[in-house]
Design a protein around this ligand. Sequence first.
Ligand code: NAP
Length: 268
Amino acid sequence: MQIYGVIGHPVVQSLSPVVHNAAFKALEIDASYKTFDVEPEDLGNFMEKARSDISGLSVTIPHKVEIIKYLDKIDERAKKIGAVNTIKNKNGILKGSNKDIDGAMQALEEVTEISNKNILVLGAGGAARAIVYGLTTKNAKVTILNRTLEKAQQLAKEFNCNFDSLENLKKHTPEILINTTSVGMSPNTEGSPVPKDFFKPQMIVFDIIYKPLITKFLKQAKKAGCQIITGEKMLLYQAIKQFETWTNQKAPVEIMREALMEELHRAS
Ligand code: NAP
């Protein structure tokens, strides 16, 4: 049996095992997807064993950056972003890539064109890096706002876009608004990164948080008449890309979606 899994710390709450195991079962692939809770100081030892024992890994917080030094190759996009969320083991050669970009871009492109759109990204952390990179490669006009201004400035410089401080939020009138901060994430569901009067009916509003599925940010956006995109779509679409990278087979999308939604509703 092939072994796959998610490596992080902590990982108990991960939704990935349910999604990937449902896909393996549906395609009758003899594989199992597990959780690997690995502390940062154990990462090197774990990766040494992974080389002989594990066929593929999803990578989550806090290892997405540090893990790069244990890999044999990483693709261009992961190199640009400086973070890996997917590893494929091919005959002991570990190759890293980043599928968060695909997950976020597909979730957006299902409802809108990206090219030339005026897009405001809230946050400048790991997820923002993948999203800003994806948006700029699609010729969007991106502005980054972040609590810590220097991080917004740094990210904007790397990907050749604009930045501003959160205090200037109201000066912006984006066509697309994306929350990549953790504000509003369970258990602190009463938070929202913007005041409710910021939303205008013509905006497309995407929150990458998926716990809860409908954050306060999205609730208020919807009430204001905006079209909303929920965070589990990014999670699902990146999982589909991971599965196809590992197996070279077409992923059973609807089975993976059902497994994810069932688990999200069970956990809420
Ligand atoms: P991260 O690297 O820790 O970045 C966190 C971001 O949130 C930073 O920009 C931080 O600002 C900001 N932030 C945190 N607390 C804040 C507060 N109280 N007020 C204002 N800003 C605040 O985390 P990440 O990996 O990017 O993940 C961010 C969120 O995205 C998490 O909720 C995660 O679950 C979600 N996510 C979803 C997916 C998906 O597939 N849907 C994928 C990845 C991540 P500072 O720079 O000022 O600290």
